[in-house]
Design a protein around this ligand. Structure first.
Ligand SMILES: [Zn+2]
Ligand SMILES: [Zn+2]
Length: 130
């Protein structure tokens, strides 16, 4: 699978399948993406190959860095400095976003009130570990 940002200056190739995929309703994802929910997919970092430029990063909390394109602003990655072996990417940045389907929701306590979701995916009030 391949993907990249809107302007095309950042491109990536994935050499495996994600080990997890989720919808995040947290307020940081919402603000940073400009979208009420963000669909994420989790990879081992060695499965993510940057083909040209790399993302720029914004540190949104003590351990979290969010990667984006400094040209067009596309939201691309989420990384936790405590777990550098994992890289999380936006499903929407795939060239074909149909290829990965999230299977659970996190931070549902922050879900916007008018957003109705009817699926059978498991829902976590905060993160999976909380
Ligand atoms: Zn771009
Ligand atoms: Zn989030």
């Amino acid at each position: 699978m391949e993907g990249g940002c809107l302007c095309g200056s950042i491109r990536y190739r994935l050499t495996g399948k994600p080990f997890a995929a989720d919808y995040c309703h947290c307020s940081n994802c919402r603000k940073q993406s400009g979208s009420v929910v963000v669909a994420w997919m989790d990879f081992k970092s060695e499965q993510v190959e940057w083909l040209s430029a790399k993302p720029s990063y914004y540190q949104s909390s003590e351990h979290v860095e969010r990667g984006f394109c400094s040209q067009c602003g596309s939201t691309l990655t989420f990384g936790d400095s405590r777990y550098k072996e994992f890289t999380t990417l936006t499903i929407a940045s795939l060239d074909d976003a149909n290829l990965v389907k999230p299977t659970y929701h996190i931070h549902t306590k922050d879900q916007v009130s008018w957003l109705t979701i009817k699926d059978n995916c498991k829902r976590y009030l905060q993160s999976v570990s909380d």
